[in-house]
Design a protein around this ligand. Structure first.
Ligand code: NAD
Length: 356
């Protein structure tokens, strides 16, 4: 097949992890006979530096006409001054909105060989396999913002339609898995959460009677996630709660650097990115973990290009590389030799050549 992929390296470790992801994508293309036409585009802080806009119109246009968009990460201290008028994050929020990718899927699955890499006890982690479905284009991140000398306001809004469609995505996913859906809100305090709970309950009983739905307050969910993570299957929640809880959940897998994500709308086009940020503390040192990006490419192959066998091949190669002992510093235990970003890419490519 032929596919057009818009590539946004972004800032900090973004371009470093994307480089390794693209080597894996090329290897998949050549072993399965696909042609992936890549267009590299400025985005985030790098685009602010180049032309004053974190999402230049030419970048947006290329993303809207591509089959899929692959993103590294954006942001960093250079563009984060409190009085900054233009921020990299504005570009990311606008891109998600323009692409209409309202459902952000974040799978968290433990590679059993990494059980010691987490700070959480192995007996709590054994068998963890869950997916977060985070609402991505609504809520407080997109509400009106106001600021004066003495106060600041961020408005949080959700509509019935927004909650209905994200509940459907999550319930469909639960149907393909263990049929267990947990909806997370703060309905004891927030009106948007009371709407969320009502709508999720109605959609589940009208359309997904085979899926078991339970509701959990976000504060309790933060605790249960590390107390009994194995009990969760699919979790659905609003934009900000999902943002925070998935960073917490990354420790179930061992590192933020391991987790991929797919942001999907109603069509096949999606935006794929690791869940981590630009990691300014390690940028430029060649030690970032590229696994979250490589696994995001597997999600791209599966969801946007419907190349299931290719996606599985890449996922198996990542597992084999990890089982073979490949470790970047974030997942290396004491005494283990840590690989560079490039060497981790080499390890996955080596495993790919044996799997494929
Ligand atoms: P971060 O996710 O960049 O980093 C948090 C910690 O995790 C750091 O110690 C970092 O070194 C580590 N880490 C992250 N990715 C890693 C990887 N692949 N391998 C090894 N270690 C990794 O979060 P932050 O430091 O709070 O934010 C830095 C910048 O990133 C900010 O400007 C923020 O706005 C931005 N950000 C962007 C995105 C995105 O592009 N989607 C997401 C989150 C944060």
């Amino acid at each position: 097949m032929k596919a057009r992929i818009a590539v946004l390296g972004g800032d900090g470790i973004g371009p470093e992890v994307i480089a390794e992801g693209l080597r894996c994508l090329e290897a998949i293309g050549s072993s399965f006979g696909h042609e992936f036409a890549l267009t590299h585009l400025p985005f985030g802080g790098a685009a602010i530096d180049a032309c004053g806009d974190p999402l230049p119109e030419s970048t947006l246009h290329a993303c809207l006409t591509a089959d899929a968009v692959l993103l590294g990460a954006i942001g960093g201290p250079k563009w984060s001054a409190p009085d900054a008028k233009v921020r990299p994050e504005q570009g990311l929020l606008r891109l998600r909105k323009e692409l209409g990718v309202y459902a952000n899927l974040r799978p968290v699955k433990l590679h059993s060989c990494l059980i010691g890499a987490s700070t959480i006890k192995p007996e709590v982690l054994e068998g963890v396999d869950l997916v977060f479905v985070r609402e991505l284009t609504g809520g407080i991140y997109f509400g009106e913002k106001k600021r004066d000398a003495l106060s600041a306001v961020d408005v949080c809004t959700y509509t019935v339609t927004e909650v209905e469609r994200i509940t459907r995505v999550a319930a469909r996913l639960a149907q393909q898995r263990r049929r267990k859906l947990t909806s997370i809100d703060k309905s004891n305090v927030l009106e948007t959460s009371r709407l969320w709970r009502e709508v999720a309950t109605r959609v589940r009983s009208a359309e997904f009677p085979d899926v078991a739905l339970d509701h959990m307050l976000v504060d309790a969910a933060a605790m249960h996630l590390i107390r009994r993570p194995r009990d969760f299957d699919v979790l659905v929640t609003e934009n900000m709660f999902g943002d925070i809880l998935t960073d917490e959940a990354s420790m179930l897998a061992g590192s933020l650097g391991l987790l991929p994500s797919a942001s999907l709308g109603d069509g096949k086009r999606g935006l794929y990115e690791p869940i981590h940020g630009s990691a300014p503390d390690i940028a430029g040192r060649g030690i970032a973990n590229p696994v979250g990006t490589i696994m995001s490419i597997a999600m791209l192959l599966r969801h946007s290009l419907e190349l299931t066998r290719e996606a599985e091949t890449l996922e198996v190669a990542v597992s084999r590389a990890l089982e073979g002992g490949a470790r970047t510093p974030d997942i290396a235990m004491s005494g283990e030799r840590a690989l560079t970003t490039r060497e981790m890419g080499d390890a996955v490519l080596g495993a790919l050549s044996r799997v494929g």
